[in-house]
Every structure is written in structure tokens, then in C-alpha cells.
Design a protein around this ligand. Structure first.
Ligand SMILES: [Zn+2]
Length: 391
């Protein structure tokens, strides 16, 4: 069996992926308060391609992608809309799922909602309190990062950068009573009865912090350590660094054997975000383009590089798919075999989409060698498109 090489964020190097059986993959999913945009699709498609190639190699894959339905932006947005946050979360999750199906994503092993695991999250926070990794500040619980000797190692970021990112991403560096500025929230106590999301628990009335949600859902559904943990590269710090710290507090070295992150897709030179108003919604593109065209357009980007979204890639993708379809009736099977082998090699090379596109273009440009369709060629082309989710 040909080995797969992946770039591992923790090791900061390429590693040979050694799969378990089944292969477990946990990907941090959406906070359901707005429609799925192209940045989401690009991130999640990386793991969909990984799953497809692993299945192509004969592995069973258990891919879990969670729904962060316990998170501040949902409450804010629901209030703006004048609806309950559960209604908003359910509505957006449903529309996101429909888009994933339309874009031909492989079915998930599980899509857990944070709200279904509150009790277990509170119990884990209690465990961290008992083992001395957690501590109370008033009625909130924080994680003491000084208990982990290597908290900065995973990201490799300087203290200065960690502090900057914490401040940018909702951390409360200067809160009185915290032992270190980078200590992060495990449990937020709620005393305001009008606050929409609160639960009674062993650690008081309130709700879990975001990081503990993923530690618990991945552990409950896949068992730790999982094979591959994925998500947006923004999650390296604080979210995934916090998950590693939490798992150390739970007696494990790491929650995952491999970490694969996806760089952002940009729009107007900025990461797509609601606050910047530069979102490109999948549902809008689906009015004019077929799902394989959208997927192939996104394959013009390497997952670790990302880049500025170029709408022109959609038309290029359309042309390329038409050309592949045409060539599948005029090329010999050897040319098709060469294409699928190149595509497989490209995916095994740290999911190199750029090399995949090259292999597809080479095939599309190959000279006519037959006047009538060769069934073997047609079948291999179909197999290639299925492997890439372009069928
Ligand atoms: Zn997560």
C-alpha cells in the first residue's frame, strides 16, 4: 500500500501517516449563526478529500465534524433577529447540512451538537478542578496553563503573539484573579436568569467554554487519541492549544496523533468573515454553478496556503470538466490510468490539490487516439471524478 505524507502542525514537518483501523478524524465545525460560506467549504473539503483518498486506499474512516451550538455569536445573532438561539442554531445547521449534501460531501460518522454533551463537559471540568489543572475565579472556572510545560510548543508562537491572538479572539488576559494571562475559560457561570443558554451542573449553573466542548465530543465519539484532528489554521491557537492542555489535564499527552490545518480562503485580501462583510456564500454560487464546478474551483488552492478567492476559477473548472468529459470518449485507457495514478500520488503528497489540477489538465489536453469511446477509459475517468467528489 502506498503511504500518505501529511504536514503535521505539531511536528512542524511532513510525516508518514500511519492509519489506525478505522481511521478517526475530528474536524472542528461551524458555529451555526449564519449561512455556509466558501471559507467553510474550502476547509471542510480538505478533510472530505482526505476521507475519500483513505477510503480509496481501503480504509474505513470515522469522520466527526461537530456543531458548536453553544457559543456567544449565536446568542447575539438570535437577539438581533428576535428569535430564540435554539431556533437560529437549528435553522442554520439544517441549511448547512443541505449544502454539504448538495456539494457531495461524504456522509459523516457523527455530527455532534455541543448542547447534547453539557453534562459530560461539566464533569470533565470538575475532573480538571480535582486534578489541580482548573481553578475558580469567582464562580467561573479557568485552566492553569502553567501546569503544562509546553503550552506554547504546539503553535510555536511567541508569548507576545499568543497574547495578541488571545485578545483578538475573545480571551480576557487582564481579568483579576487569573493566575496567568493566557489561562482560558473552562466554565462560565451564569447568574442572569434572562441569559438564554445555561445549565445546572456539578460545577455550578452556567455553560462550558468553547475549548472543552471539542475535547469532550472527540473523546466521547472517537476515543482519544484520535488519528487526525483538523480545522481552520486560526484554531491552532487558542482552540487546539487549549485542547492539548485539557487532554494533559485528563492524563493524556495529546488528543490527536496528527494535526492537519487549513489556511484561510481570502476575499478582498482578508479572511472571509461576517464582520468584514466579505463573505461569498455557497448558496449564491449554487444558483449559477454545479456542485462539481464549485468543488473543482476550490481545488485551485493548496490547503496549507489558501489564497484570494478568484471567481474566475469557477469558469475554468467548468471548462476543465467539459474537456475531461470530451477526452474520456477519445483517449486510450493508458492515458486515463496515468491521470488517476497522478491524482492519487498528488493526494498522498499532503493533499496537493495543485498537482491534482495539473493531472486533470494533462488528461484533458491529451490528443485524440480513438474514434469511439473506450469503456475502460470512461470507467477510469468516472473513478477519478468520484475520488475527488466531482461526480
Ligand atoms: Zn473544536
Amino acid at each position: 500500500m502506498v503511504g500518505m505524507k501529511l504536514y503535521d502542525t505539531a511536528k512542524k514537518d511532513y510525516v508518514n501517516f500511519e492509519p489506525s483501523d478505522p481511521v478517526s478524524i475530528y474536524v472542528c465545525g461551524i458555529t451555526p449563526y449564519d449561512s455556509a460560506h466558501l471559507g467553510h467549504i474550502f476547509t471542510f473539503m480538505t478533510y472530505d478529500l482526505l476521507q475519500r483518498r483513505l477510503e480509496d486506499l481501503g480504509h474505513t474512516v470515522h469522520l466527526v465534524r461537530n456543531i458548536t451550538d453553544v457559543d456567544e455569536p449565536i446568542y447575539v445573532r438570535a437577539k438581533e433577529l428576535g428569535i430564540s438561539y435554539t431556533e437560529l442554531a437549528e435553522r442554520e445547521t439544517k441549511s448547512f447540512d443541505a449544502i454539504m449534501v448538495e456539494l457531495n460531501f461524504r456522509p459523516l460518522f457523527a455530527a455532534p451538537k455541543a448542547s447534547d454533551y453539557i453534562n459530560k463537559m461539566a464533569m470533565t471540568v470538575k475532573q480538571l478542578l480535582d486534578s489541580g489543572f482548573g481553578y475558580y475565579v469567582d464562580n467561573d472556572v479557568y485552566f492553569d496553563v502553567s501546569k503544562c510545560t509546553d503550552f506554547e510548543d504546539f503553535s510555536g508562537y511567541s508569548q507576545r503573539l499568543l497574547k495578541g491572538l488571545s485578545a483578538m479572539r475573545g480571551g480576557d488576559l487582564d481579568r483579576a484573579g487569573k493566575r496567568q494571562p493566557l489561562d482560558f475559560l473552562l466554565w462560565k457561570s451564569i447568574s442572569d436568569s434572562t441569559d438564554p443558554a445555561q445549565w445546572d451542573s456539578v460545577v455550578g449553573r452556567g455553560r462550558p467554554g468553547w475549548h472543552i466542548e471539542c475535547s469532550v465530543m472527540s473523546s466521547e465519539l472517537l476515543g482519544l487519541p484520535i488519528d487526525i484532528h483538523g480545522g481552520d489554521s486560526d484554531l491552532i491557537y487558542p482552540h487546539h492549544s487549549a485542547e492539548i492542555a485539557q487532554s494533559q489535564g485528563m492524563g493524556l499527552d495529546t488528543p490527536a496523533k496528527y494535526w492537519v490545518h487549513v489556511a484561510p480562503l481570502l476575499s478582498d485580501c482578508e479572511k472571509m468573515s461576517k464582520s468584514l462583510g466579505n463573505l461569498v456564500f455557497a448558496k449564491d454560487l449554487l444558483k449559477d454553478y454545479r456542485p462539481p464546478e464549485i468543488r473543482l474551483a476550490l481545488m485551485h488552492y493548496h490547503h496549507r496556503i489558501g489564497g484570494e478567492w478568484q471567481p474566475g476559477y469557477l469558469d475554468e473548472a467548468r471548462k476543465l470538466l467539459t474537456a475531461i468529459d470530451r477526452t474520456s470518449t477519445t483517449a486510450d485507457s493508458q492515458t486515463a490510468k496515468l491521470m488517476i495514478e497522478k491524482v492519487r500520488t498528488a493526494l498522498d503528497n499532503d493533499l496537493n490539490n495543485i498537482e491534482v489540477i495539473e493531472a486533470l489538465n494533462e488528461f484533458a489536453d491529451s490528443p485524440k487516439t480513438s474514434d469511439k469511446p473506450n469503456p475502460d477509459t470512461v470507467s477510469i475517468v468516472k473513478q477519478t471524478l468520484t475520488l475527488l467528489g466531482l461526480n
